[in-house]
Design a protein around this ligand. Structure first.
Ligand code: IPE
Ligand code: IPE
Ligand code: MG
Length: 274
């Protein structure tokens, strides 16, 4: 996957808190993939005595802001959790509004995505969306497929367990056709996921203070660093994203080992045998 270049011209005001955060970021160690559970739209609206859907509408501004800063920073992949399989159980009116907002977003933003060299991809059970939305999403994906900058995944009608089951069914289909030459390994399995070919998220963000995963990217977040903020999604902006990256870069990612310091040279490497 090519590395999009960073382009921050005119994006951050001089002397702002964002500029201060930016100065703390090591661009050689950016997370390759950031995944975000956008939560708290309903609570944001309730705090203002507005209907829940007003919170969803306000959340679009945050989406725009985060997509733009991610592309300009030079991230490889951004995944936004927009609608889970479980969210189909919400009141009909709320589901319809969410679908309407999605269509509106796509119509308004497609040109901006193109201009910023962003490739747009839907992950999830698209077959459960209405044919009209499916067509518009497919057109959006096809129009931006060749873009080499940020890959923007939108998780829609998405469930982590469903993704794993869908992968298993595709593997079974392939094996029924071609036979099973060798046992399955993790790398092969990952090629059957919706995110095939993409790096796993390095950083998982959840807004609104909830400490749960809600069926998001269950396979891919095995070693993601988790960052939770009390900020409700409609209030999430560049500043929060930059703060999350600064904090991420202070973490010690051990992957089960003892420490991240390089091993001392010259010592014999002992194999664990029991
Ligand atoms: C996140 O906000 C958006 C979706 C899940 C579609 P919520 O609608 O879950 O807002 P809260 O959690 O009720 O505040
Ligand atoms: C998770 O938020 C799904 C999305 C952000 C799309 P929810 O609001 O649906 O999650 P729960 O119900 O609090 O776990
Ligand atoms: Mg919620």
């Amino acid at each position: 996957m090519p590395h999009p270049a960073r382009d921050l011209e005119g994006l951050i005001a001089k002397g702002s808190p964002e500029e201060n955060l930016l100065s703390q970021i090591d661009f050689k160690r950016l997370p390759r993939h950031i995944a975000i559970i956008m939560d708290g739209n309903g609570r944001w609206a309730r705090m203002r005595d507005l209907p829940r859907v007003a919170g969803h509408r306000a959340g679009i501004i945050a989406v725009r802001d985060v997509v733009e800063i991610s592309a300009r920073l030079g991230l490889q992949v951004l995944t936004l959790y927009a609608f889970s399989l479980e969210n189909w159980n919400r009141p009909r009116m709320e589901v319809n509004t969410l679908m309407g907002l999605l269509r509106e977003y796509l119509k308004k933003e497609l040109d901006t995505l193109q201009a910023n060299n962003i490739a747009f991809k839907v992950i999830g059970r698209m077959e459960e969306l209405s044919p009209a939305i499916r067509r518009e999403l497919t057109e959006g994906m096809e129009a931006t497929r060749g873009n080499s900058g940020l890959l923007f995944n939108i998780a829609l009608s998405y469930g982590g367990r469903a993704e794993i089951v869908d992968a298993c069914n595709r593997i079974l289909d392939d094996r029924a056709r071609q036979g099973a030459p060798r046992p399955l390994d993790e790398a092969t399995f990952a090629r059957y996921l919706y995110t095939a070919g993409q790096p796993d998220p390095d950083l998982l963000i959840r807004t609104s203070g909830e400490l749960r995963i809600s069926n998001f990217l269950l396979w891919q977040i095995a070693y993601a660093e988790i960052w939770v903020t009390d900020t409700l999604w409609p209030d999430f902006r560049k500043r929060e994203l930059l703060q999350a990256i600064v904090d991420y870069q202070k973490r010690d990612r051990r992957y089960g080992r003892v420490g991240s310091e390089p091993e001392p040279v010259g010592l014999p490497r002992r194999k664990v045998t029991a």
